[in-house]
Write a new protein. Structure first.
Ligand code: AMP
Length: 542
């Protein structure tokens, strides 16, 4: 028997309408790259979303299901795009500006973006590949001066696009399972894969993160969204701020520690998100130059890479600011777990509590986790037995966009994360290693396999194996171990950096090289990365 409850679609429109009805007075503040500050209200943003929906429909010929790309930092117009595009039934495809031109070209052609909204400061990155983009009909320039010049074809200024549009727009009736957003993973060895979020998954993810056991957001908060809007919808924060009535502060490209501290001070921010590298930088800068007055910042939520216990401890001891550790993936919308102390932990020592908080944490309601060992059995929840972390839930990917990537899913419907973890008896998950052969540096992925193939194309190199090593600032960085064709050959590190810069962007290129006689191999002849890591940690890799 079915329940007798209305079938009320959970869509991003309902989030926008709610934010406008209840919290129209709440603020959206942007700090632009030129140092200027822009402030408006949820209510103003709401009206501009409707103008945008009209412009998309009437001026740009966008219809339901079309892909609309964004190539932009965090700011008010980017939030308008999240709501305006999905509100009229199209899909907001946020393109990661940090990928290589080759990957960006692939992503835009694969998703078939019809229009791209691009920040003026990022235009040069698109100009290089524009002739190769097969489906893009218009480029809409955001924050561009009137006399801005570009070689991009068919450009319009964002403000001109909205200028003569009506603020009346009736949202179409959408199915909650319709797609609303698209984000590509960048962590793969092959081409990036698209994850297509639905209205329902987006709504449920955002409402869940608000709760006190999770992100703990309310209408008393002012939240700084440091996670870029081109990274998994800024972890759903533009949605949860409207639902919780939190003021939203957007830093655009002002991501240097000093710039972040300035914004935290000026806007009296009390909650924020970001990858560990950002918070390591902010902590170091605050240590060097302690703020005269205590910041309003109470909590920063960290994910993307492991939050070091020492950072949680340092921030809290020195500045009274709490670090909250979370884990997630592009494939999980992204948030899957969060680590918070429970009432039953109160009797533990401070150090024991820190140990719990440094774990990746417990699953959110709506997410299930399990660990599968190498022999295919389910690991006990003993906090010791390691295996691959698998996940399922209301905002976990069910298949990749346009790709039959069966190997990422189990027959009984779980998503294989590629993270090697444990789960303890209280459900706290801890990441121990990574099965996928990748390095995550400053929150961005580097494919070790791609680096190895590129290095092995060098005439003087016979074999190259790349591993992740830890780094204070970037959490991880690549180290390349090289076997030369002729032992007596010499290659300068600078020569290799120059060689790799043809195919890789700067942050992806290893700065550390060691020269070895042979790469250790597994029984089937594959590079034995575990062994290379062991040799490195024991100082024997040379
Ligand atoms: P992405 O899809 O780029 O968001 O990357 C997801 C991956 O980042 C996960 O599968 C993990 O390998 C890694 N990751 C995310 N959060 C954490 C965390 N808190 N600790 C360690 N690794 C993390």
């Amino acid at each position: 028997m079915e329940g007798l409850i209305m079938d009320y679609p959970l869509t991003t429109n309902t989030i926008l309408e709610y934010g406008n009805n209840v919290y129209h007075h709440k603020k959206i503040i942007t700090h632009l790259p030129d140092g200027t500050r822009h402030e408006y209200r949820f209510g103003d943003m709401y009206k501009r979303c409707k103008k945008l929906a009209n412009a998309l429909t009437r001026k740009l010929g966008i219809t339901k299901g079309d892909m609309v790309g964004t190539f932009a930092w965090n700011h008010g117009p980017h939030v308008e795009l999240y709501y305006g595009v999905s509100g009229m039934g199209a899909v907001c495809h946020t393109i990661n500006i940090r990928l290589s031109s080759h990957q960006i070209e692939y992503i835009i052609n694969n998703s078939e973006d019809k229009v791209i909204f691009v920040d003026a400061t990022l235009v040069p990155l698109l100009e290089k590949i524009a002739p190769l983009l097969e489906t893009v009909e218009y480029y809409i320039l955001i924050n561009a001066a009137e006399d801005f010049t570009t070689t991009l074809p068919n450009t319009l200024h964002y403000e001109d696009l909205l200028a003569d549009q009506s603020e009346d727009f009736e949202w179409p009736t959408l199915n909650e399972n319709d797609a609303c957003g698209l984000c590509y993973t960048s962590g793969t060895t092959g081409f990036p894969k698209g994850v297509l979020y639905s209205h329902r998954s987006t709504f449920l993810h955002a409402t869940t993160i608000i709760s006190p056991n999770a992100g703990n957001f309310s209408n008393r908060d002012t939240v700084l969204l440091i996670v870029p809007q081109f990274h998994v919808m800024a972890w759903g924060f533009p949605y949860l701020c409207l639902l919780s009535g939190s003021n939203m502060v957007l830093p655009s490209s002002n991501l240097q520690p000093e710039a972040i501290i300035k914004i935290l001070k000026e806007e009296k921010v009390n909650k924020a998100n970001g990858v560990p590298t950002i918070w390591l930088g902010v902590y170091d800068a605050m240590k060097m130059n302690p703020p005269k007055e205590k910041l309003a910042l109470e909590e920063y939520i960290v994910g993307g890479s492991a939050l070091p216990k020492s950072l949680i401890e340092g921030f809290e001891k020195d500045f009274g600011i709490r670090g909250v550790h979370a884990w997630g993936m592009t494939e999980t919308s992204p948030l899957g777990t969060v680590s918070r102390i429970q009432s039953k932990h109160e009797r533990l020592s401070e150090n024991e509590k820190l140990d719990i908080r440094a774990k990746q944490g417990t699953a959110f309601p709506g997410v299930e986790l399990r660990i599968v060992t190498d022999d295919g059995t389910l690991a006990p929840t003993d906090g010791k037995t390691m295996g691959e972390l698998q996940v399922k839930g209301a905002w976990t990917v069910s298949s990749y966009f346009k790709t039959n990537n069966h190997e990422s899913f189990t027959e009984d419907g779980w998503f294989k994360t590629g993270d090697v973890s444990t789960i303890d008896e209280d459900g706290y998950m801890e990441i121990k290693d990574r099965a996928k052969d990748l390095i995550k540096s400053g929150g961005e992925w580097i494919s070790s396999v791609a680096l190895e193939s590129a290095l092995m194309a060098h005439p003087k190199i016979k074999e190259a194996a790349v591993i992740a090593i830890s780094d204070e600032k970037w959490v991880e960085k690549p180290l390349a171990s090289i076997v030369l064709v002729h032992n007596e050959d010499k290659i300068l590190d600078e020569e290799l950096i120059e060689f790799l810069s043809r195919d890789f962007v700067k942050y992806q290129i290893p700065k550390d090289y060691v020269y070895i006689k042979e790469v250790p191999k597994t029984s089937v002849g594959k590079f034995d990365k575990k062994e290379i890591r062991r040799l490195f940690s024991e100082g024997k890799l040379n």
